[in-house]
Design a protein around this ligand. Structure first.
Ligand code: PLP
Length: 374
């Protein structure tokens, strides 16, 4: 009975695709400790250093005391909504100047909920080919049809819109702002133009940009001054904010619709109040003071050729990517090899993800090693 599972795992191993869970001893800012070895951690989403930070934890706990419990014991629509959830949603609306916001348990839940419910039977979704797995899973659960346009290729999207838009009722265009595996940035202005021209909704996932881009740290839409043009913005608390969970914000009718139709929202126990309080505390008390740090990180990234703080170093072959990752490891740099199916076949890579406490000097050594091992 289990033979085909063994077989699949063996095939994955042979193709250097087998995934396994590693455990780390300790993380401290930009460093990670493995088998007693201290490495520069280029594989985290802890962009502003708020996760795994003893000082931050102490400060938060002295503010929070015993006010917030560690379990909500219910879904939001039953008895899972305490004032702190509404307070965080109100804070998100105040920051984005939007009509409504809804907290989900994670970015994965948010994208699955939004993309599975917005497009019903007779509707359509147009999605960037490199959108995150959570967006793809959401579309696959939707009763609507979906088309994937070539990555960041606005001509290709427009050609598909011309051909297909009129065959459907409601239409959604969905994109990430900063792409998680490539670090490049969607052409959001053009997407706004196309969504208006072809009467679509536009959903933007700012998972990697929330807390990093924009004067207030709200993301690329803030930086471009186009928040009001986007129907729904998704942001996560598990990356730059150093917490867990996600929000969706935008038009009230759509948020009300999600409350009623997004099954990943409806049928899951709400996050613990303490986590909600932590996200709110970071956004209110820490994020406003990070502008210089964030700017500096993006300047350093720019000098290394990145459009954002995520810099892909594309190698191609799986084995060579793993080998390179091992060479970096031996020299004190922790970079996980990213392989298919996370990225398209033949584009295996090292995903270098910077954090605000990294210096140019930290990274110069890394790039020297990469150049010497071409
Ligand atoms: C673009 C994008 N959206 C959503 C998610 C999921 O967010 P979370 O980790 O909060 O589930 C990720 C995380 O990897 C992501 O990269």
């Amino acid at each position: 009975m289990f033979e085909n599972y063994f077989e699949t795992l063996k095939n994955l191993e042979e193709a250097s695709h087998l995934r396994s869970i590693k455990s780390f001893e300790r993380k401290d800012g930009k460093f990670i400790y493995i088998d007693g070895k201290k490495l520069l951690n280029l594989s985290s989403n802890n962009y502003l250093g708020f996760a795994d930070n003893e000082n931050i934890t102490d400060e938060f706990l002295s503010f929070a005391g015993k006010k917030y419990s560690f379990g909500s014991a219910s879904a939001r629509l039953l008895t899972g909504t305490l004032p702190v959830y509404k307070d965080l949603e109100t804070l998100i609306c105040d920051l984005f100047q939007t009509d409504a916001a809804l907290i989900f348990n994670s970015g994965y839940h948010a994208n699955v909920g939004v993309n599975s419910s917005l497009a019903g039977s007779g509707d359509v979704i147009f999605s960037d080919k490199l959108n995150h797995a959570s967006i793809i899973d959401g579309m696959q659960l939707s009763r609507g049809k979906f088309f994937r346009y070539k990555h960041n290729d606005m001509e290709n999207l427009e050609a598909i819109l011309k051909r297909e838009r009129n065959n459907f009722k409601n239409a959604v265009i969905v994109t990430e702002s900063v792409f998680s595996m490539d670090g490049d940035i969607a052409d959001l202005r053009k997407l706004v133009e196309l969504k208006n021209k072809y009467n679509c909704m536009l959903v933007v996932d700012e998972a990697h940009a929330f807390g990093v881009f924009g004067e207030k740290g709200l993301g690329v839409c803030e930086e471009l001054g186009i928040i009001k043009d986007i129907d729904l913005i998704v942001g996560t608390f598990g990356k730059a904010i150093g917490s867990v969970g996600a929000f969706v914000t935008g038009k009230k009718v759509l948020i009300d619709y999600l409350i009623n139709k997004a099954r990943s929202f409806i049928f899951s126990t709400a996050l613990p109040p303490v986590n909600i309080a932590f996200s709110k505390w970071i956004i209110e008390n820490k994020l406003p003071y990070t502008f210089d740090l964030r700017k500096n990180m993006l300047v350093i990234a720019g000098k290394l050729g990145g459009q954002s703080h995520i810099i892909p170093y594309i190698v191609g072959e799986n084995d060579r990517t793993v080998e390179l990752s091992n060479i970096l490891y031996a020299n004190g740099y922790f970079t996980l090899p990213i392989r298919p199916p996370t990225v398209p076949a033949g584009t295996s890579r090292l995903r270098l993800s910077l954090t605000a406490d990294m210096t140019e000097k930290d990274l110069a050594g890394l790039f020297e090693l990469l150049n010497n091992n071409k």
